[in-house]
Design a protein around this ligand. Structure first.
Ligand code: HEM
Length: 145
């Protein structure tokens, strides 16, 4: 059972983190130099359809695996052993991802234009940084801190 959760978790990670790396490293630089928003909005619109379900799968499988590894959920927040620190870090990354995404969705995107692209670029870079950090923290469950 754990192995199936891990397979879904890794597929979700490939989509979520891979998609954000393509956005940050391929789409964003082009949009910043051309100041043409269309490519960015088109990518966002298409990626949302697969990216949001992938993030949902990450959250469900991640919480499920965390529960299998450490069934006492109050111990998730004690930060006094490797597993508790790693689960806590995953949850903090999730909170930060949600905060940046909500900020982008309700404050940045409604006012988005060619003149204020830089703020949106910072949002994209932050979510990408968090996405890569999710992967790095994930690998530490096996190797230890
Ligand atoms: C976009 C979000 C996430 C990404 C990209 C991600 C990515 C990864 C990766 C790459 C691994 C390594 C798996 C391996 O060792 O083979 C992993 C492991 C793990 N992740 Fe996540 N993760 C995400 C969200 C979460 C969340 C929200 C939780 C909830 C606490 C979580 C809990 C875990 C756990 C418990 C493991 C260890 C599984 C094992 O024993 O190998 N993850 N994650």
């Amino acid at each position: 059972m754990f192995n199936y959760l891990l397979i879904l978790h890794l597929l979700g990670a490939a989509i979520w983190t891979g998609g954000h790396l393509i956005l940050a490293l391929v789409v964003l630089p082009k949009v910043l130099s051309s100041r043409n928003l269309d490519a960015l909005l088109q990518f966002e619109q298409q990626f949302e359809k697969i990216g949001m379900p992938a993030l949902g799968i990450q959250i469900i499988t991640g919480l499920w695996m965390a529960y299998r590894i450490l069934p006492d959920m109050s111990a998730w927040f004690t930060f006094d052993n490797d597993i508790s620190i790693l689960i806590g870090m995953k949850l903090i990354l999730l909170l930060m991802t949600a905060m940046v995404a909500i900020h982008a969705r309700f404050w940045v995107i409604p006012k988005l234009s060619a003149d204020n692209l830089n703020g949106f670029a910072v949002n994209i870079l932050l979510v990408t940084l968090f996405a890569v950090s999710f992967v790095v923290v994930g690998t530490l469950f096996r190797t230890g801190l």
